[in-house]
Design a protein around this ligand. Structure first.
Ligand SMILES: [Zn+2]
Length: 470
């Protein structure tokens, strides 16, 4: 048995010792500079791992906001990236909340009195309401009805329900099964623990050349739900692998946290570093093949412009949603005293698709190609943030002579490779006033930022512009 905690991420030799080789990225490649190029324009960069395979691996694990399922999930992620595991004791005061007791479950069934198992947590972990307290009892059907959740309008599906702070118990089952349960009494067994322990989350920080950081956050508290939970985890993991191989101007901080209480806990423990977070994204529901939806940050930020730009120049159907105080952990990151520049990328929007929080959010709902598209889109966004420089003309008086500097020839030479046009260069030279970043220039010129980046590279070589530190 390999002690996975002892494996060094930085050591290619160790990397070859990693188990589950088919799930493991090749770590030995040299870091490559970040370039806005072909991939950015086309958004077709392939992920470094099989995303759907990672979703499949994580799918059966019974997760909640605390407990062994979260730790098992993080242990698997550590086979890919060196996520540090943080354990925060139950009862710890975090902002206006307390870290809850830890919940673990070994089994839960509803049986007939003659011993037939009708509902079993082991066949589907959605069957048990999250944070159900231990119960071993015979209950009347009327009593059981008060603890059963079904979906009459979707009678074949099992709903997902939790009761973190209710100290109650409950089962979720298909409505069709419930309609057949007409005995007077049933045997209920819930073999669970609800006791002092810890809240566990994972964090990975990849330092950059500057103190500014990009925050990428995914929640890890849902049990067997593929899109709402695992798609974000898988894509965030792939992005962490990718960014670890890049030359990074910005730092990247990846959080794998239980929703709400995990974000609140992380924020409470990290207030000092929050000013460094210049861009942030919550990733969720990005494995279905539907249109992309980007929910803007509360205050309006560069990340909002960056995601909108990449979506606009991609082939993907999409919509931009204004911030609202409902959704995922952007609610915590964008709370008024933090007000971080954090948006949320989704495909299907929580609460609006029929599979949401049901057993239909399964491995067939999440598609490999959709996951890959989401990865490629986000890779393009990160490259944009890395390269979104503000320039100023070295001498802004009038237009410079392009011919004398060989720039017409350079433009012609790069044309077939998707390089900048003469007009792109003119936009750059006009807006290089120290006030417009490349993204603003590209949006004003209505071209992909890759073209303005290429124009800037030409202008830099010709000593016509210089980067401005903002
Ligand atoms: Zn959810």
């Amino acid at each position: 048995m390999i002690d996975r905690t002892s494996i060094s991420w930085e050591s290619p030799a160790d990397a070859h010792r990693l188990p589950l080789a088919d799930r493991t990225p090749r770590l030995a490649e040299a870091r490559r500079p970040t370039v806005i190029g072909e991939d950015m324009r086309l958004g077709r960069e392939s992920p470094p791992i099989d995303l759907h395979n990672l979703v499949r691996t994580l799918f059966p694990i019974p997760r909640s906001i605390t407990g062994a399922g979260v730790r098992t999930t993080l242990d698997i992620l550590r086979e890919y990236v060196p996520v540090s595991i943080e354990n925060v004791p139950s009862g710890t005061c975090v902002l206006d909340w307390d870290v809850p007791p830890e919940w673990n479950v070994r089994g839960a069934t509803i049986c007939t009195l003659d011993g037939r198992v009708l509902v079993d947590f082991k066949t589907n972990n959605l069957h048990l309401v999250g944070y159900s307290r231990p119960v071993h009892d015979v209950v009347s059907r009327d009593e059981l009805a008060r603890h059963v959740h079904t979906l009459p309008d979707q009678p074949d599906l099992i709903p997902y329900r939790t009761g973190y702070f209710s100290r109650d118990w409950g089962f979720c089952l298909t409505h069709n099964l419930w309609l057949t349960m007409n005995d007077d009494s049933y045997r209920v067994d819930i073999d669970s623990d609800l006791q002092s322990g810890s809240l566990t989350y994972g964090e990975l920080f990849l330092p950059g050349q500057v103190d500014e950081e990009v925050l990428i956050s995914a929640h890890i508290c849902h049990p067997s739900l593929a899109n709402d939970n695992l798609s974000g985890i898988a894509v965030a993991t792939a992005l962490a692998i990718r960014q670890s191989k890049q030359q990074r101007r910005l730092g990247y901080r990846f959080l794998f946290i239980p929703a709400t209480i995990g974000a609140i806990t992380w924020l409470a423990r990290n207030e000092m570093l929050l000013p460094r977070i210049k861009h942030g994204l919550v990733l969720t529901c990005i494995g279905d093949p539907g249109p992309f939806h980007y929910k803007q940050s509360r205050k309006g930020a560069e990340i909002d412009r960056a995601v909108a730009h990449v979506l606009r120049h991609s082939d993907h159907e999409h919509a931009i949603l204004a911030f609202n105080p409902y959704g995922y952990d952007e609610r915590q990151f964008c709370s008024p005293s933090f007000d971080l520049p954090v948006g949320c990328l989704m495909r299907a929007v929580h609460g609006t698709f029929p599979e949401y929080h049901t057993s239909a959010d399964d491995l067939s709902f999440v598609e490999p190609e959709a996951l890959n598209q989401s990865f490629a889109l986000l890779a393009a966004v990160l490259d944009l943030l890395e390269n979104n420089v503000t320039y100023a003309r070295t001498d802004g008086r009038g237009e410079p002579q392009l011919g004398r500097r060989g720039l017409y020839r350079s433009i012609a030479g790069q044309k077939d490779a998707g390089g900048p046009s003469e007009l792109d260069l003119l936009w750059l030279l006009n807006l290089a006033d120290g006030k417009h970043d490349l993204l603003e220039m590209a949006d004003r010129a209505n071209v992909p930022v890759s073209r303005l980046h290429a124009a800037a590279t030409l202008a830099l070589r010709a000593d016509l512009v210089r980067p401005v530190t903002t």
